[in-house]
Design a protein around this ligand. Structure first.
Ligand SMILES: C[S@@+](CC[C@H](N)C(=O)[O-])C[C@H]1O[C@@H](n2cnc3c(N)ncnc32)[C@H](O)[C@@H]1O
Length: 225
């Protein structure tokens, strides 16, 4: 199936509707938490592509305030309802929005996190994404990005390391598997990479599949874009 942004959005919407959002169950949160930089309690974090809001809930549990954006309206509404039931609307809120046009003012966030969203953008969208991250993060603020790594040996029957560009399309969704060099080349001009780690997970649906994620913690450079 060919990739278009609309098909991709429908895929995510459908996955949340049917409970087939397997990414939600990858146990990445322990490693991501270990890599968090020191920040004041009450620091404001923006989570891009927040999905079911489980990472945001973890951040709230650590004492931070969280705004989440996702372009699937139905999941945003569901998560806002859940946090109302759980009684922490004063600590977290979710908003419908696009990672390429973040609906918030400049320099507003102590940290931005992106767990598994950037990997679904097309190469031509990368500069706009980097500009948006740089714009919304405060001076000396942080950016934690977790993405598919080119070190993955097999994913959905596909071998990322055997390709030159790391691109892959399945069910109308674009996936990109990153090399460390690509991350450096894409973000290095505007962010210092201060930590980078990898973790590999077995697939629950196919025992031959295993996915490696690259966790990159960056800090905003001072020079303006
Ligand atoms: C692989 S899921 C990860 C969800 C969540 N971060 C997690 O770890 O469970 C990617 C998420 O990004 C959202 N998304 C994809 N492209 C987006 C875009 N351009 N703007 C906002 N959200 C987007 C999808 O709706 C989906 O919820």
């Amino acid at each position: 199936m060919e990739h278009t942004p609309e098909k991709q959005k429908q895929y995510f919407q459908f996955a949340y509707q049917t409970g087939s959002d397997i990414w939600t169950h990858l146990p990445y949160r322990y490693k991501a938490e270990q890599m968090l930089p020191p920040m004041e309690r009450d620091a404001l974090v923006l989570d891009i592509g927040a999905g079911r809001g489980l990472w945001a809930a973890k951040l709230v549990g650590l004492g931070y305030r969280v705004l989440g954006i996702d372009y699937v309206q139905a999941i945003v509404e569901k998560v806002n309802m859940r946090i109302k039931e759980d009684g922490y609307t004063d600590r977290a809120r979710f908003i419908v929005g696009n990672a390429l046009e973040i609906p918030f003012v400049d320099n507003g966030f102590d940290m931005v996190t992106d767990i598994g969203t950037f990997q679904h953008l097309k190469h031509k969208e990368w500069p706009q994404y980097v500009t948006e991250m740089y714009r919304v993060i405060k001076k000396n603020g942080y950016f934690l990005k977790v993405s598919l790594s080119r070190r993955t040996t097999r994913f959905l029957g596909w071998v990322p390391g055997s390709t030159t560009n790391g691109d892959f399309t399945k069910f109308g969704v674009h996936y990109h598997f990153f090399t460390e060099e690509e991350i450096h080349n894409t973000f290095g001009e505007h962010f210092d990479i201060i930590d980078q780690q990898f973790e590999t997970y077995n697939s629950q649906s196919d025992p031959d599949d295993n996915v490696t994620l690259v966790f990159t913690l960056m800090q905003k450079k001072n020079a303006s874009i």
